[in-house]
Design a protein. Sequence first.
Length: 174
Amino acid sequence: MSVSSSAIETPEAGIYQIDPEGSSIAVTTKHMFGMATVTGKFALVSGQIVITEPVSSSHVEAAASAHSFDSASSMRDGQVKSAKFLDAEAHPEIRFTSTELVRDGDRWLLRGKITARGTAAPVELTVVELAADTTGLTLRATGRVDRYAHGITKMKGMAGRYLTLEINARAAAA
């Protein structure tokens, strides 16, 4: 089955387990009062994509390790993992659970909640690419997270309020 869109191909209905090794979560934000860009990444530790018929009833769940944040700056990484930001010791996982998948013109929007630091807040991901092959599927999605919505408000001005996510997930049929 195929959904008409330039980069969206609906895979066979079924359950797909996300491969943490073949997947990534990239984060981009501004710091220093918006004058500099920071990039980082998180390790995806588990997840599942359930494709249904109709496709709009499909569902995604995924978890990333808060301890895995890596921006290539050990000082920054320590701050992000600390109680000032993610509090990774008390909240080791960042979870995404979808609530709906909706068609918006020629794109699909995956709406859900991200739970970080113990607080769930809504997020909307744009499905940029969804393709299937004989080994499973590949999903690429982008979105924007407001860290204040998770109660992460320390260091205003020094750390950006909004983070842009780019998620690349590889999943195999279960």
